[in-house]
Write a protein that binds this ligand. Structure first.
Ligand SMILES: Cc1cc2nc3c(=O)[nH]c(=O)nc-3n(C[C@H](O)[C@H](O)[C@H](O)COP(=O)(O)OP(=O)(O)OC[C@H]3O[C@@H](n4cnc5c(N)ncnc54)[C@H](O)[C@@H]3O)c2cc1C
Length: 365
């Protein structure tokens, strides 16, 4: 059964009346249709408040991400954390919602400079498992007081409550951008990416793509971008042949993990120490892509293989993003973290209403 409340009050009443667990769904681009009863957030849509001069946006959680981006772009602004469109690489359909983006803490290449989704989120409203409306944070940074539920809800994946309203700080779209491309194999990429990120040239993207090399983005005013990209090229020339490109589509492809779309095998994402990314890529031996300076490694791995064994000797973890393999999708939480998670969920959802996805392992093929 699918519920689609049109107002926050209707949603709160619905949660109070629910006899058992449900799954929360925005556009279902990531999670797919729920196995059991679900709450769809599409009815809770629209911009509540947008003050371009104050760089502040308040929006209902079921609003399509594309609509949020269009409203901001009309004022020359954007979400700093650059959320992606993963439908092609995941092989899913639907319309991603801003609530789904926050629930996944979805963040793109600019995370290395602007932070993750949670760092741009300044306020939330959500319905907890008792059907109470919880508001936390505010529309300006200084209103954030007491317990920081804003950070808790970013990445909560529908397991704590249903997000209804989100407040963001936004940023102006940079008038110019350029990419320094260094022709190196993946094993040599982390050193290049680290050198660039450690430089004073304010790099806003640091990735490696097969067939291209290490990619370093700078953004800002045209004169500044021209100066910084040239200096970066000079710096990195010591590590490999370096050239400058101004094609912004390079970063749309990185953001959307497009180089791995349509390839065979399960899709895995590793979170690693950047210095270990080259060694992990060598162990995988197949199609890989690096983002976040090497801290994030994407890979196609033969179907059914548990790639966590590949990550085990290293400091990090692996998460299966698509595939019907036997390996669980999520890495296990360390015991201490699991205790905190259980405690928080018991506090906000004592009836376990939002545990509808608890056993959902294979989310999409
Ligand atoms: C583990 C994971 C990490 C991801 N990280 C990134 C990333 O770093 N960068 C990037 O660009 N993309 C990322 N994505 C992809 C992207 O976030 C999603 O594909 C998409 O934005 C989700 O939007 P949706 O509306 O389709 O959500 P759905 O597929 O409907 O739901 C996704 C999850 O969010 C929950 N959810 C949805 N709406 C609400 C709400 N209103 N309140 C509470 N919970 C809700 C659901 O219960 C489910 O757990 C990630 C996806 C996954 C699986």
């Amino acid at each position: 059964m699918s519920h689609r409340p049109e107002t926050e009050a209707e949603l709160a009443q619905l949660v109070r009346d629910l006899p058992g667990p449900v799954s929360v769904r925005g556009g279902a681009t990531r999670a797919g249709p729920a196995a059991g009863p679900e709450i769809r957030t599409g009815g809770l849509s629209g911009v509540v408040l947008y003050e371009p001069a104050a760089l502040t946006l308040v929006v209902r959680a079921g609003t399509p991400l594309s609509q949020v981006e269009a409203v901001l772009a009309a004022e020359g602004q954007r979400l700093p954390f650059e959320p992606g469109d993963w439908r092609a690489v995941l092989g899913t359909e639907g319309t991603s919602t801003i609530g789904g983006v926050v629930a996944e803490n979805a963040s793109g290449p600019r995370r290395v400079q602007a932070g993750a989704c949670r760092d741009s989120l300044i306020g939330v409203r959500f319905i907890d498992g008792r059907g109470d409306v919880i508001a936390n944070g505010g529309r300006v940074m200084k209103n954030v007081t007491g317990y920081d539920l804003v950070k808790l809800m970013a990445g909560s994946r529908g397991r704590v409550g249903v997000l209804t309203e989100l407040s963001f700080k936004v940023q102006p779209i940079a008038p110019a951008q350029a990419t320094v491309i260094v022709d190196v194999p993946v094993g040599a990429a982390p050193a290049v990416l680290s050198a660039a990120l450690g430089s004073p040239f304010d790099v806003t993207g640091a990735a490696w793509v097969a067939g291209q090399g290490a990619l370093l983005r700078v953004e800002g005013l045209p004169g500044s971008v021209a100066y910084r990209s040239k200096e970066l090229q000079n710096l990195l020339s010591a590590l490999g042949a370096a050239r400058i490109e101004d094609d912004a589509a390079i970063w749309t492809a990185v953001r959307d993990v497009a180089p791995l779309a349509g390839l065979p095998g399960d899709l895995w994402r590793f979170h690693l120490r950047p210095s270990q990314a080259g060694a992990v890529a060598a162990r995988i031996g197949g199609a890989v892509m690096l983002d976040w300076g090497g801290g994030c490694l994407w890979a196609r791995v033969p179907r059914g293989v548990d790639a966590r064994a590949i990550a085990a000797p290293f400091d990090g973890h692996a998460r299966r993003m698509s595939g019907t393999g036997l390996a669980p999708a999520d890495p296990p939480e360390p015991q201490a973290v699991a205790r905190i998670t259980d405690g928080l969920r018991a506090a906000f959802d004592p009836r376990g209403i939002f545990s509808g996805d608890a056993d959902a392992d294979v989310l999409y093929p």
